[in-house]
Design a protein around this ligand. Structure first.
Ligand SMILES: C[S@@+](CC[C@H](N)C(=O)[O-])C[C@H]1O[C@@H](n2cnc3c(N)ncnc32)[C@H](O)[C@@H]1O
Length: 238
């Protein structure tokens, strides 16, 4: 079922915004959470495109985090502006919006277990972040619901090597196996986990980009030198 819906949505979509709007319209999602909201662009698009949405939790600390070594980590005053931007972009749906300002661990318990039809995970993409987010969000999803997410990057060196590696992939695959759920790799570095007690684990790669779910090849010194050399070359050509 999910696979058919997802394949139709992929055919109809040219971006992750379209993909998730089409998916949420197909499943008639009512209760949603977005984890990692930033300037509110994704939230605004979904709230505009999907009439079925009744409740939209927005989880984000909107503050500088000393232990988050990623390019999206900005100063407090910038995050303050991003929160205002998010609010003004989604004011048209203010009665549906619930702003939970804080890290996942600080606010996720405001959502009841089994309350969500769908959650979109797009916060801290390091191993620490994705493990906390999937483990803490999964109980909040109803049986028959879904977790989608961004930055399912086939390389852990998504950003320069001076940042922490991105480990949404393969961690989300390991997580799906642990909870015996199906996980789909989708275009535009997206993933989808189906929470369904009647189904069991499998990894369905609809892109062909994720044949090796191990980490050894990405962390061997030769590979890291190659990535660093490419970074230097790109910097030098600017
Ligand atoms: C890539 S941005 C999100 C982009 C947004 N989903 C979109 O599509 O427009 C990542 C966000 O994750 C938030 N974040 C980082 N660590 C977090 C944590 N531990 N818990 C919740 N959010 C976190 C950051 O504050 C930042 O706003």
């Amino acid at each position: 079922m999910t696979q058919q819906i997802v394949e139709n949505c992929i055919d109809l979509s040219n971006s992750r915004f379209e993909l998730w709007s089409n998916f949420l319209n197909s499943i008639k999602a009512k209760n949603l959470a977005e984890l990692g909201v930033y300037k509110g662009d994704f939230a605004a698009r979904l709230l505009k495109n999907c009439d079925s949405i009744e409740k939209y939790y927005m989880i984000d600390p909107w503050r500088h985090l000393d232990d988050w070594n990623k390019p999206a980590n900005k100063k407090d005053n910038i995050f303050e502006k991003f929160l205002s931007e998010t609010k003004s972009k989604t004011d048209f749906a203010s009665e549906k919006r619930i702003v939970l300002r804080g890290k996942t661990t600080e606010v996720v318990e405001k959502i009841a277990d089994g309350e969500l039809d769908f959650a979109y995970v797009d916060g801290d993409h390091t191993l620490k972040g994705i493990s906390i987010d999937l483990i803490r969000l999964f109980p909040k999803i109803k049986d028959g619901g879904w977790i989608g997410g961004d930055d399912f990057s086939s390389t852990v060196w998504q950003h320069s090597t001076k940042f922490e590696p991105t480990l949404v992939f393969p961690f989300a695959v390991y997580f799906a196996e642990a909870v015996d759920a199906k996980i789909y790799a989708l275009p535009n570095s997206q993933f989808l986990i189906a929470k369904d007690s009647k189904q069991s684990f499998s990894f369905i790669d609809l892109t062909g980009d994720y044949d090796n779910i191990g980490l050894r090849e990405q962390f061997i010194p030769d590979k890291i030198s190659q990535v660093k050399n490419k970074q230097r070359f790109v910097f030098w050509r600017r």
